[in-house]
Design a protein around this ligand. Structure first.
Ligand code: AMP
Length: 395
């Protein structure tokens, strides 16, 4: 696996695919710099080697050239994070951009305009990728968030750099973290899968049954399993058409010696609202008119023991409707347990969408081993797929 450390960038121009798809407010100001900060180590390494950087990214989902999706909006934040002046190109291909790239001196940075102003980007167009490739000597992919897409800048462009291509620090770290869990994880290995639906996590569950010793299933997914096992779930969220599948997963787990831990009690509410009346019930005896919106106190005690017995922990998906304060306790308690286990030497990886949001919201970011920057890319990795952006560098 070629990384930045295999290259000396002195007098070289690195063409770097970064993920600067950051949130902007109505005044086009960056509201979260996480992704800009995440790209910094790669950029700094190249500049310190005596190289220059041509940065390319997408921002949002523009339809053609739309001013509001221009990457010019992030230039001052990028300069602030890097402490270096950033030149901005009004386009991402063409003679003018080529000239700007050619003029770059060692230590300088050029940010290209939004790649998705061209449909060719998401179509994975080879000619477009070739035009991008003219802007650098070495191709560096550091965008985990788009590594599951075979787009021109994430995958196709790599073929124009048969020898001179590598992973940036961020992408290398993401790959290492997933490997640490799925391949080299010290046992007992635990996966915690929460979130709303079985259907969106089914391939992940099936893939990780071969890799883990314990599996905690929480969140809305719980109720499809409990109903399939004959429990009364009241008005809780449930996918009736996935009940047979849920039973099959339990059977597969048993055959593979994986211990499944479902909540034993829940916080039930009489409506889907933070102001609802609540009661704690046995997960198999939720009255009609009530729905389970969080894991209950007995479940959290059990989960705490399981988490603290584990040496490797993967967490994907909240244990309850954490967006509502009254149903966030389960997710917060689980975060506390994982933080404690991590402090005692376990490796913990949090990845995929809402668990990342929860970890940030409740301040666990620095108390777990690694927080992934990719939602869809993380899920596809956990499903056991080789991501096209990663394969393109390895080929
Ligand atoms: P996912 O994107 O599949 O990880 O799902 C995350 C969403 O699941 C969050 O928005 C949670 O509010 C939601 N969720 C978690 N537990 C429940 C539950 N018991 N009932 C309904 N939604 C839930």
């Amino acid at each position: 696996m070629k990384t930045l450390n295999d290259f000396n960038f002195k007098d070289k121009k690195a063409l770097i695919r970064v993920d600067f798809n950051v949130p902007l407010n109505e005044n086009f100001e960056v509201t979260d710099r996480t992704r800009i900060n995440a790209a910094k180590p790669t950029i700094i390494k190249i500049l310190e080697d005596g190289g220059s950087c041509v940065l390319m990214s997408h921002l949002g989902r523009p339809k053609g050239k739309q001013e509001e999706f221009s990457l010019k909006h992030i230039v001052s934040d990028l300069e602030d994070v890097l402490g270096v002046e950033v030149h901005f190109a009004q386009d991402c291909i063409g003679d003018d951009v080529k000239e700007l790239a050619n003029k770059l001196n060692p230590g300088e940075i050029l940010l290209l305009e939004n790649l998705r102003f061209y449909d060719e980007e998401t179509k994975g167009d080879k000619d477009f990728a070739e035009k991008l490739s003219r802007l650098g000597d070495v191709y560096v992919n550091d965008a985990f968030g788009t590594a599951h897409r075979a787009h021109a800048s994430t995958t196709i462009v790599a073929q124009f750099f048969p020898e001179n291509k590598c992973f940036g620090h961020l992408l290398a770290q993401e790959i290492e973290s997933i490997k640490k869990v799925l391949e080299d994880g010290e046992s007992p290995v635990l996966a915690i899968l929460g979130g709303a639906k079985v259907s969106s996590k089914i391939t992940v569950i099936e893939n990780i049954l071969d890799k883990v010793d314990d599996l905690i299933i929480g969140g809305g997914m719980t109720f499809t399993f409990i109903k399939a096992l004959g429990g009364s779930i009241g008005d809780s969220i449930c996918e009736d058409d996935k009940m047979a599948l849920a039973l099959d997963i339990l059977k597969q787990a048993e055959a593979k010696n994986v211990k499944i831990h479902l909540p034993v009690d829940v916080v039930a509410a009489d409506e889907f609202s933070n102001d609802a009346n609540t009661q704690i019930c046995d997960v198999k005896q939720i009255p009609n008119g009530w729905q389970g919106l969080d894991a209950g106190p007995e479940s959290l005690k059990v989960f705490d023991i399981v988490v603290n017995n584990s040496k490797t922990i993967l967490w994907n998906g909240p244990l309850g409707v954490f967006e509502m304060e009254n149903f966030a306790k389960g997710t917060i308690s689980l975060g506390d347990s994982i933080a404690e286990a991590t402090k005692n030497g376990a490796f913990s990886l949090v990845g995929g969408g809402d668990s990342v949001a929860a970890v940030k919201q409740f301040g666990f970011e620095d108390k777990v081993s690694y927080v992934s920057t990719g939602g869809g890319a993380m899920l596809e990795s956990l499903e056991g797929k080789t991501l096209p952006g990663i394969a393109a560098i390895l080929e």
